[in-house]
Design a binder for this molecule. Structure first.
Ligand SMILES: Nc1ncnc2c1ncn2[C@@H]1O[C@H](COP(=O)(O)OP(=O)(O)OP(=O)(O)O)[C@@H](O)[C@H]1O
Ligand SMILES: [Mg+2]
Length: 468
């Protein structure tokens, strides 16, 4: 694209947009009456579940209910995580959405309840009216020094900003350079930098640059170059999460710890202070609580301690909406000898609204694969798509999705224009799916380590929800 202006010549990781498993999901794809559209916002089928998720979203947006919990239950690959992502997208920027996997709490360098407390507080926002100091001006120049050693972690640079009356050069650190890159700030943009948080907001392009036709898109907004001082005080309304407030107040390095992710345990006195401060602000009308969503994927990985914590936490007046997902059937609750549906204790299950996801029809599989081909920029013939759909039906949607990229590489290799049946069959032979891999194992298992004969297990294994 001609409009791209490079900020640095080195590799800039912020520029590479990777395509994740759920990158095609842009919302829940519902209409105004919460009916799920057949194919919309990257979502296909699974209508009842999407609709139910939409109703939950509405409850969240109205902000009236606290401490409800929802369980997304269904077989692997039926779109539980996708629906949670859709909810996150549909919520908008104002409402906090925190996400974690059940297994994460065992790998953090902090206690389990601390990890969960932090997760809960990441999902509760506080809307605060505040007077902040801003730096507001037109970008004259961004200059980034190339690090002496390639791949060096820290970058430095200079940012020149001006108003109609003055011009100042600011030193840039790595975080600011990243933030500028993320917002795609270029010279001629009018930006505001929040002095306390370092947050950059692009206000528009300067009128003085309205002649640089090639440097603007159809929605380019033109603004006047600001006048007066570069530094200004403004009243702004913004939403921060309780966790952010915790971190800022618990360490001397303040908000930097947020970016580093290195927050450690937060003392309960700090939290108590913050809670009473927030309560005070609410009474004075300075702040409002914005309950958000906490999504815990693979919730069967939590143990008894965590489940009791959740029970208690949901009763708090400031609790967010908890959304959990699992693909387990009746299985042992981690850390106990008891079995329970979804590996969740009955007392917690009792508080959950359950949304179940069901397997896809062939047509739906085809639509999802279609969307993924678009997302991954892969041209595929109709025959090949049909074959891929068959494969998805016979093996799994995930396996078929993986074949998209692989088959497009095979296609490139033979210098083809679009992926054909031959490319699909080729990669189908190269990469085996679970069924074929299992078959292979059955045949050759003596040659592997730790082999156990089928039927030898004691029936205590974790069960995954499967068809029939
Ligand atoms: N209804 C759908 N519309 C569009 N894409 C979908 C839909 N359902 C699933 N997908 C995509 O299919 C893939 C598998 O779905 P997902 O990861 O959501 O399954 P899951 O139910 O969370 O499975 P697991 O139990 O294994 O975690 C993902 O890439 C997801 O984005
Ligand atoms: Mg999942």
């Amino acid at each position: 694209m001609a409009t791209e202006v490079k900020l640095s010549e080195g590799k800039d990781l912020t520029k590479i947009e990777r395509i994740g498993a759920h990158s095609h999901i842009r919302g829940l794809g519902l209409d105004d009456a919460f009916e799920a559209r057949a194919v919309s916002q990257g979502m296909v089928g699974q209508k009842a579940a999407r609709r139910a998720a939409g109703v939950i979203l509405q409850m969240i947006k109205e902000g009236k209910i606290a401490g409800r919990a929802v369980l997304l239950a269904g077989q692997p690959g039926t779109g539980k995580t996708a629906i949670a992502m859709g909810m996150a997208k549909a919520l908008g920027e104002e409402t906090p959405f925190a996400m974690m996997a059940g297994s994460e709490i065992f790998s953090l360098e902090m206690g389990k309840t601390e990890a969960l407390t932090q997760a809960f507080r990441k999902a509760i926002g506080v809307r605060i009216k505040e007077e902040t100091e801003l730096i507001e001006g037109e970008v004259v120049e961004i200059q980034i020094d190339r690090p002496a050693t390639t791949g060096a972690a820290s970058k430095t640079g200079k940012l020149t900003l001006k108003t109609t009356e003055m011009e100042t050069v600011y030193d840039l650190g790595t975080k600011m350079i990243e933030a500028l890159g993320k917002e795609k700030v270029t010279s001629g943009d009018v930006i505001a930098i929040d002095k306390a948080s370092g947050k950059i907001t692009k206000l528009g392009r300067s009128f003085a640059r309205s002649r640089d036709y090639d440097a603007m898109g159809p929605q380019t907004k033109f603004v006047q170059c600001p006048d007066g001082e570069l530094q200004k005080r403004k009243e702004v309304v913004h939403v921060v999460t309780l966790h952010e407030i915790d971190v800022i107040n618990s360490r001397t390095q303040g908000f930097l710890a947020l970016f580093a992710g290195d927050t450690g345990e937060i003392r309960s006195e700090v939290r108590e202070q913050i809670d009473s401060k927030v309560a005070e602000w609410r009474e004075e009308g300075k702040a409002e609580v914005v309950p958000g969503v906490l999504f815990i994927d693979e919730v069967h990985m939590l143990d008894m301690e965590c489940f009791s914590f959740l029970n208690r936490a949901l009763e708090n007046e400031m609790a967010p909406i908890l959304v959990v997902a699992t693909n387990r059937g009746i299985t042992r609750i981690r850390g106990t000898n008891y079995k329970s549906p979804h590996g969740i204790p009955i007392d917690l299950l009792d508080r959950l609204l359950i949304i179940s996801t069901t397997p896809y029809t062939e047509e739906e599989l085809r639509s999802i694969l279609d969307i993924r081909c678009q997302e991954e920029d892969v041209e595929m013939s109709d025959d090949a798509k049909e074959l891929l759909t068959k494969i998805a039906k016979e093996t799994s949607l995930r396996y078929a999705m993986c074949l998209i990229t692989a088959s497009s590489l095979a296609c490139q290799k033979r210098k083809g224009k679009e992926v054909e049946i031959e490319d699909i069959t080729r990669v189908y032979q190269l990469f085996v799916d679970v069924k074929r891999s299992t078959q292979y194992l059955m045949e050759y298992q003596e040659q592997f380590m730790f082999n156990e004969f089928p039927g030898q297990d004691d029936g205590d294994e974790e069960t995954t929800m499967v068809e029939d």
